[in-house]
Ligand binder design. Structure first.
Ligand code: NAD
Length: 269
C-alpha cells in the first residue's frame, strides 16, 4: 500500500515543489492538498494551478477530514497554521513533517505537547548538507575553547523571507552552545549597532543579510588569534529542502514511536 501524503500550504513556494516531489516519489500517493481558507485557490485543481496537467485533486480547506485522509502531512506554512495542523495530526494520529520556521518557544512547547500523541518531524532546515553542518559545528565548538575562538553566525536569504535570524542560524547557534555546554539564550547577541563595547568572551553573534533570490547561505565562523575557521553551506536550489522533507516523510512512514524528531534522527547523525 502506498503511503498517503497530504501537502498543506500547497500553493506556496515550497508547497508547489512538495506536490511535485510527492508525485515523483515511489511508494507514495498524493491524497490531499490544502491551503488557508481565504486562498483564492481553494476548490481549484492543484495540477493546473501549479502548471501541471490536471490531477483531479482539488485544493481543500484544512480540517479534520483532511488529516483523516492522510498517513503523513507535510507542512511548510506559517507558525500559527503549523500549530493548528499539529493539533489535528495529534487528534487523528496522522504523522506530520513540519518545515515552517519562525516558531517561538511557546509554540515549540505546543509542538512537543502534540508529539505526545503522534510522530512529528520538525526541522527549520531539511537539507542534508545543513544537518551535517549542524553536527560538525557542535563537534568543532566542543573542540575549540571559547576564550580562544569567537563564534559568529552569518546568514543570507532572499528578500521575501519574513523571519530573522533564520531558523537554521538559530539552530547553528544552539549547536555551538551545545558543543560548549552553555545555552544559546545566555550567550546570543542577535545584532550590534553603535557603541557596543568590546566583544564579550563566549558570546555567540548573529548577522542577518537579506536580498535578491538567495536560497540560503549559512556560515559559522570560529575566529581565533592567528587563524579563523569558516564552516559554510550554500543552498542554490530549494529542491534540497523538498527532497529532505520527502526523506523525512519516508522515515516517518516506518516509525512506530510517537514523539518529536529532527533531521538528525532521520539521517542517523
Ligand atoms: P509562501 O508564503 O510561499 O507559502 C506559504 C503557504 O502557506 C502559502 O500557500 C499560504 O497560503 C499558506 N498558508 C498560510 N497560512 C496558512 C494557514 N493558516 N493554513 C494553511 N495554509 C496557510 O512561503 P514559503 O517560501 O513556501 O515558505 C513556507 C515556510 O517554510 C516558511 O516558514 C519558510 O521559512 C519555511 N521554509 C523551511 C525550509 C526548511 O527546510 N525547513 C525551507 C524553505 C522554507
Amino acid at each position: 500500500m502506498p503511503t498517503k501524503i497530504g501537502v498543506v500550504g500547497c500553493v506556496g513556494r515550497m508547497g508547489q515543489m512538495l506536490v511535485r516531489e510527492v508525485l515523483h516519489t515511489k511508494g507514495t500517493i498524493l491524497t490531499a492538498v490544502g491551503d488557508r481558507a481565504q486562498s483564492p485557490a481553494i476548490g481549484l485543481d492543484i495540477g493546473t494551478t501549479i502548471g501541471l496537467p490536471g490531477l483531479n485533486q482539488m485544493i481543500r480547506v484544512i480540517d479534520e477530514s483532511f488529516f483523516a485522509d492522510c498517513d503523513i502531512v507535510i507542512d511548510f506554512t506559517r507558525p500559527e497554521a503549523s500549530l493548528f495542523h499539529a493539533s489535528l495530526a495529534a487528534k487523528h494520529g496522522t504523522k506530520l513533517v513540519i518545515g515552517t520556521t519562525g516558531l517561538d518557544k511557546s509554540q515549540e512547547a505546543m509542538l512537543h505537547e502534540a508529539a505526545n500523541r503522534t510522530a512529528i518531524i520538525y526541522a527549520a532546515n531539511m537539507s542534508v548538507g545543513v544537518n551535517l553542518l549542524l553536527a560538525l559545528v557542535e563537534k568543532v565548538a566542543a573542540a575549540l575553547p571559547d576564550q580562544d575562538f569567537d563564534a559568529e553566525i552569518v546568514e543570507m536569504h532572499h528578500k521575501h523571507k519574513v523571519d530573522a535570524p533564520s531558523g537554521t542560524a538559530l539552530a547553528l547557534g544552539r549547536a555551538v552552545a551545545s558543543g560548549r555546554g552553555v545555552t544559546l539564550d545566555d550567550m546570543a547577541v542577535m545584532a550590534r549597532q553603535g557603541q557596543t563595547g568590546p566583544r564579550v568572551t563566549g558570546e555567540i553573534g548573529f548577522a542577518t543579510l537579506r536580498g535578491g533570490d538567495v536560497v540560503g547561505d549559512h556560515s559559522v565562523i570560529f575566529a581565533g588569534v592567528g587563524e579563523r575557521i569558516d564552516i559554510s553551506n550554500h543552498a542554490s536550489d530549494r529542491r534540497i529542502f523538498t527532497k529532505g522533507a520527502m526523506r523525512a516523510a519516508l522515515w516517518l512512514a516506518g516509525q512506530q514511536e510517537k514523539g518529536l524528531f529532527s533531521m538528525r534522527d532521520v539521517l542517523g547523525i
